[in-house]
Design a protein around this ligand. Structure first.
Ligand SMILES: [Zn+2]
Length: 277
């Protein structure tokens, strides 16, 4: 007959102390696990603060088989990777503001725009997402939210291209530097082109700008690279500017293309609540 274990009558914390004293090897292991988990990690710039791993990205646990110390990935790892990807393309701060949850749907158009963006995120990778037309309707907010979700869920490196400034940079850089920048946008695993062809709708675009847009979008079309796009031009205006670009956009987007017909009542920018329309 087993002798009665009197330590079973003790409170759990006292029982653990007794077990440690009775088993010094285990005590050493437990201290090792604790010491590892208390060790702070180096600052990785992700802005994620995780008390479980103290920002190392790994946690130690005591594996009863052995027993031995085992080091595992921490649950914060994917959050950390997503934050670093968003930081690399300059979207980390905007990602916090422009979420699906923060998007207000006061009108049927906004509801449709939000539902479509969310459906695009849930769909298989492949189709493009595009919002064309009236400014201030929430295109940038929803494109950003969809971009962030795609970076996180599909574990993709993304690039953000604000059309006007990016174009000026490509054109003003020395030949090789400009070509390298364009190449980065052309081959990004996920690209968000914001405000394509921004400018006065009544002013003609230069042939050079149109050629550049075609080169970028045709490359992504031919290589089936996921792309998100917003433009103040309506879809018919886009088709009048360049039929080939509009055709590729329509084909790649399928159902994920919304054309917002012009109308000042659809400009919600001056409501004062949304920060990133
Ligand atoms: Zn962690």
């Amino acid at each position: 007959m087993e002798p009665f274990d009197f330590t079973a009558l003790l409170p759990p914390e006292v029982r653990a102390r007794v077990a440690q004293i009775k088993d010094p090897a285990r005590r050493v292991l437990e201290n090792k696990v604790r010491a590892y988990n208390e060790l702070p990690g180096a600052e990785d710039g992700s802005g994620v603060n995780c008390p479980a791993c103290r920002n190392k990205g790994y946690v130690a646990v005591l594996d009863e088989d052995g027993p031995r110390m085992v080091v595992r990935y921490c649950a914060c790892r994917s959050r950390r990777a997503t934050a670093l990807r968003l930081k690399a393309c300059g979207m980390l701060d905007r990602a916090k503001l422009c979420t699906f949850e923060r998007f207000r749907t006061d009108t049927p158009l906004q509801t449709r725009m939000k539902e479509l963006s969310q459906a695009w995120v849930e769909d298989r990778p492949g189709p493009w997402l595009a919002f064309c037309g009236q400014s201030g309707a929430g295109k940038t907010h929803l494109c950003t939210a969809a971009f962030v979700q795609a970076v996180a869920r599909r574990e993709l490196a993304g690039e953000y291209m604000l059309w006007g400034p990016a174009l000026r940079e490509i054109k003003s850089s020395l030949f090789e530097a400009g070509a390298a920048l364009l190449e980065r946008y052309k081959s990004a695993p996920l690209l968000y082109v914001d405000d394509l062809f921004k400018g006065r709708a009544d002013l003609p675009l230069s042939d050079a700008d149109l050629r550049l847009a075609f080169e970028l979008l045709d490359h992504r079309y031919s290589n089936n690279l996921p792309t998100i796009l917003s433009t103040e031009r309506s879809f018919p205006q886009l088709a009048a500017l360049d039929e080939a670009i509009a055709g590729r956009l329509r084909e790649r987007c399928g159902p994920y293309l919304i054309n917002i017909a012009p109308g000042p009542e659809k400009n919600y920018r001056f409501r004062g609540e949304e920060k990133c329309l």
